[in-house]
Design a binder for this molecule. Sequence first.
Ligand code: ADP
Ligand code: MG
Length: 748
Amino acid sequence: MTSEKDPPQQDIAPDPPQFYHNQTALTNFPFTNGPCPTFVPQTHQIRNASCHEARSLAQYEQKRSGKNRSSRVSDIERVESAAREDGSGIHITWKDVWVTVPSKKGGRRPILQGLTGYVEPGQSLAIMGPSGCGKSTLLDTLAGRLGSNTKQSGDILINGRRQTLAFGTSAYVTQDDSLMTTLTVWEAVYFSAQLQLPDSMPIAEKRERAETTIVDMGLQNAMNTRIGGWTVKGLSGGQKRRVSICIEILTRPSLLFLDEPTSGLDSAASYHVMSRIITLAQQDKRTIIASIHQPSAEVFELFHNLCLLSSGRQVYFGPTGGANEFFTSNGFPCPAMRNPSDHFLRTINRDFDTVSNILAHFPEDEQTLNGGQTAAEAINILVKAFQSSEHSLQVQNRVSEICQMNVGTVETKKSQASFFTQCLVLTKRSFLNMNRDLGYYWLRLIVYITLALCIGTLFRNVGHTYGSIQARGSMLMFIAAFLTFMAIGGFPSFVEDMKIFTRERLNGHYGVAAFVVANTFSSLPFLSLIGLIPGVISYYLVGLQKEFGHFVYYALLIFVCMMLVESLMMVVASVVPDFLMGIITGAGIQGIMILNGGFFRLPDDMPKPFWKYPMYYISFHKYAFEGFYKNEYIGLSFPNEKAGGPPRITGDEILQDIWQVENGYSKWVDMTILLLMVATYRILFFLIIKGVEKFKPVIRDFLSNISIKQQPYSEDSLQHQQESSVRTVRAFSVLDCKCYQVDVTFRD
Ligand SMILES: Nc1ncnc2c1ncn2[C@@H]1O[C@H](COP(=O)(O)OP(=O)(O)O)[C@@H](O)[C@H]1O
Ligand SMILES: [Mg+2]
């Protein structure tokens, strides 16, 4: 049996793709799949070039399993498909959806303006529009993921009801790929399969599901490649996109949101990826909603319906095939040899109207305007035309029909891996990541060893003189305060972990508790090393107490303090997810704690309100100092050089009179308090994440109840707002070396 880490052996290597290098005019020559269709010569060329790969994919799949794919569909998949055939697929409808965000001028700015639409099982919807038109916002709205500063109104219904989708029923592939950069493609997908798929599914089947999905996304050649990030080059942007998609389609969700799934992919890869997703969706009656940026004609044709947006307004909603006719009938026909989707986007992109306005005054430029109209004018014409069109009426009618249909309810709970499995898999994955990421622990360990050597040589054989009392105290204080302070160094890596956790958590892969447990257990071996190696070096070079038990306590205390700082930084990360701000915040908090931990200002001298009560007792350094001091001083005695005092001074007296530590309890109580603090911080992290999850929708619902439609968002006022300032500018033409005066409209 192969080990879990090893990807399956590829006994058949796919044929390497053959590319044709020659003049562009001859590019159709070597391809045998027929002539290039109109207006997509480049796509045709790349797609044909990858035909070899596509064929070998099929061969690969067939030969690897010894049977064809349909017969390999697992029992669980069959049950899932059967459930969807019963009518339990997902119909999603939205009616008059508005979303606003606070504007700089104090009011609210609409991002989506009264959108209506639907998607049915087995169908796919492409959301298109210029960048910034609200595509991601619409996806977030439908998936219930809007930010807390947004207000939303309108009805979004699943199978005609307001309902929350359970884990595995829906999945969302976001625009940013947050993946564990240290894992290979196989590891990332297989760990995810173990996390998401139910325990009842045999391991072999999970491996097979992971493998099939990787092959589906055309990543079989990159299985052993590490994903990579900004430090280590790994996968390309397009390959990372496909890994993100792989992870989300593992559970075969009934409703899949994809935010720009084809960005970074070449046209052939875009086509294969989208056609695989849409074909599977059609077969199993799944619902697909994807925002698409610059699709090739072939990708565009894969979708059933198109939702075209411009500045949050609906320019068109209906069958993809009908969009061309809609544009033509309203005076914007698609020129020959141009990709229709390019034509739609070009017609409704008003970002460059200012430039177009200037260029329009130069007779040499004929390409800039839509038949003499600016994009803003074109959008107004199209939006109005759509509202009174047959397409709009059909959408409204279909939405009403779906809402009245008696479709089955969506599964409220889909089985997934048990809590124990999730903890185990997450611990393994996290350990692997910590081990491979040099910045997580290894680099810190080297720095700690160096520091321990510095401490050891600086305080070498500290001895038992009167002066050694102060030297011991300073050395132990450095260990408890500054050595632990450096645990902040692992924060950037933890923030990366948090990004992955947030994505997986939002998609319901596992819970907060599993993440906390896994993070705790996976870090234990590294923290033990940090406690042990620098501990041995510093302890024995300085020559602290001889008994082994004292050393054990010393190393244990370093370990617990490290864990505590890590737990504190987890809480910081849950509140301040940005790594730079998080480091500053964490450093500030620790700086305050060090300051009033009882070394720089003795406890009896601290101002009582605030600094002593409660800050001194909250600072973990109080207990760390106490633990280290009790461990070292109790049992020793030193010559007393103070005039008039007894000849020798005992450890207990030093603790009480010099360091003013509370001596009524043992060093083990201090250790226990520190351990309880570790638990408290980790529970606090859990509660903050849970609290944010629970209260965010409540706050947004509350804000949404203040109806946003009562605010004046009439089309006229928006238009007025958008076209508020017309200024005359002087422009110089390099074509005829003349100056022109041009009226230019500036928008908000
Ligand atoms: N939570 C938010 N707060 C403020 N502005 C937002 C928020 N979400 C989106 N926007 C703005 O709404 C517009 C549309 O954003 P988005 O939906 O991401 O566009 P795209 O079509 O490129 O996906 C952008 O101008 C963006 O800045
Ligand atoms: Mg977007």
